[in-house]
Design a protein around this ligand. Structure first.
Ligand code: SF4
Ligand code: SF4
Length: 483
């Protein structure tokens, strides 16, 4: 990553590189030209001014850890936002530093001054998408991703094609040739990350509570989760049912908009958010349960996303208040379903959008340690992202791979045989990294572990998993859950 980003002629950016607590970069007068930001929700000058340039966030920032460059740190990026607010044009190098941010929000957790970097980068990304013209290849890649990933029906069409590609040996041939890697690294990254396609079990519109009903919840099935990890959705419905929830699965639900909002595609995100609110509105559920960290964090922020929309602003705020990660709702309800012993050594990986964005760290750990026989181990440097970050690992394959490899090494060092996490992106990214490392660590979503314990399945049902985290017992099994 370049370090060429002193956006004005004489800013002594180099003086700040790699140092902590040095007061940050100095601002210089803005030149003439089209300013970086327009008037539609630019990054808030007030929030920018909250940064006191202390540098406490730097060691938790994955891009700063990788490259040691000030402009690839939260403080540096906030400086770039300030210079944009001062009238600086949106240069290619400025965009490059914003694009390199994973949006992991580790800096939000680390910041002692409460800087809301999440709001700042979200506003900045929307400006970049509106006001910066990307290179043709980048535009094409993004257009392809956003024409496919947020559309469950289109993903369903792709599944059999991908399945044939994976099963006929064509994948091996393409990978061995190295051609894709050479001529289209992003496509090669996408191809290498694609999890093996498994059979999908359609969830019924209602999975009734087992025994006395304690809550009526709606369930988001998601795009990537639904297409590539159907076992996670099936396990979520079974566990919620076992814990006394009627689980309503609206047929007309689609993408929640997380991928769009995290990539500055504001109009598209607003459209998806409105549709998601509408899909759940008619169900009368008390909570909307989400098992994908990135989706949950976006849905909890619908009030901000739809604040300008008179028809939806108040509905969005009400809706956001009902959104719960599956681990949150299970801890809130408290366990009633019996947990059977699961003798396994597991490590838990915090998905950034669960830990940093939603502050959900204790609940998954509490659920896992509530399983008799399960030993939970912590992973070194838990605050550092695995490199998944939505579609970051496709758009930025090299740094994502490096971060993934670091995470895989830290996971292997725990000695765990099972890696547990709560986001499809992390499952895909970490699986690829563990494979590269040649480890035999199996993977599962938190609810899959709970599901296996509640159903009295042996630990081998989880530890003999392939990298897909779609357990052999998952999709093909009944949604009925024995106590
Ligand atoms: S969101 Fe993550 S990658 Fe971006 S500046 Fe913050 S810590 Fe760094
Ligand atoms: S974002 Fe927070 S931690 Fe980072 S430099 Fe600014 S005030 Fe310090």
């Amino acid at each position: 990553m370049s370090n060429d980003t002193a956006p004005t002629g004489g800013a002594p950016v180099g003086a700040t590189h790699g140092t902590l607590g040095d007061g940050g970069p100095q601002l210089t007068p803005a030149p003439a030209g089209r300013p970086a930001f327009d008037d539609h929700h630019p990054p808030s000058a007030e929030l920018v001014s909250d940064c006191v340039h202390c540098g406490f966030c730097l060691p938790t920032c994955p891009t700063y850890v990788l490259w040691g460059e000030e402009m690839d740190s939260p403080r540096g990026r906030i400086y770039l936002m300030q210079s944009g607010l001062d009238g600086e044009p949106l240069s290619d190098s400025m965009v490059q530093h914003f694009d390199a941010c994973l949006g992991c929000m580790a800096c939000v957790t680390a910041c002692p001054s409460g800087v809301q970097y999440d709001k700042l980068i979200e506003a900045t990304r929307a400006q970049v998408e509106r006001r910066h013209r990307r290179a043709p290849a980048d535009r094409l890649l993004r257009a392809t991703i956003f024409a496919l990933f947020p559309y469950p029906r289109r993903l369903r069409v792709v599944r059999p094609v991908l399945r044939a590609y994976q099963r006929t040996g064509l994948q091996r041939l393409v990978q061995r040739s190295g051609l894709l890697q050479r001529f289209a690294p992003s496509l090669a990254a996408m191809e290498a990350l694609a999890p093996p396609v498994r059979a999908v079990e359609a969830l019924p519109a209602l999975v009734p509570a087992h025994g006395e009903r304690r809550a009526v919840v709606g369930m988001l099935t998601g795009c990537v989760q639904g297409a590539f990890f159907p076992g996670v959705n099936a396990a979520t419905a079974r566990v919620l049912s076992a814990e006394g929830c009627d689980v309503v699965v609206p047929r007309n639900q689609g993408c929640c908009g997380a991928l769009s909002v995290h990539n500055g595609r504001e109009k598209e995100a607003v459209r998806f958010a409105r549709a998601t609110i509408d899909a759940f509105a008619a169900t009368g559920v008390s909570y909307v349960v989400v098992n994908a960290a990135g989706c949950g964090s976006s849905m909890k922020e619908y009030a901000e996303l739809l604040a300008d929309d008179p028809a939806y602003a108040s509905r969005a705020a009400d809706f956001a208040a009902t959104v719960r990660d599956v681990s949150e709702i299970l801890v809130e309800l408290g366990p009633i379903a019996q947990r059977h012993p699961m003798p396994v050594v597991a490590a838990y990986h915090d998905a950034c959008h669960l830990a940093h964005a939603q502050g959900v760290r204790l609940q998954p750990r509490s659920l896992l340690t509530g399983i008799p026989g399960l030993e939970l181990r912590e992973i070194a440097d838990p605050e550092i992202c695995c490199g998944s970050a939505g579609i970051y690992n496709v758009l930025n394959p090299e740094p994502a791979r490096e971060l993934g490899d670091r995470k895989a090494a830290n996971i292997a060092a725990t000695g765990a045989t099972l890696l547990v996490t709560a986001n499809p992106g992390c499952l895909i990214q970490v699986a690829a990294s563990l494979d590269r490392l040649g480890t035999r660590v199996a993977m599962a979503h938190t609810v899959e572990v709970l599901d296996a314990s509640i159903r009295g399945l042996p630990a081998s049902s989880l530890t003999t998993l392939t990298r897909t985290a779609a357990p052999p017992h998952g999709p093909a099994q009944s949604l009925r859950t024995p106590r």
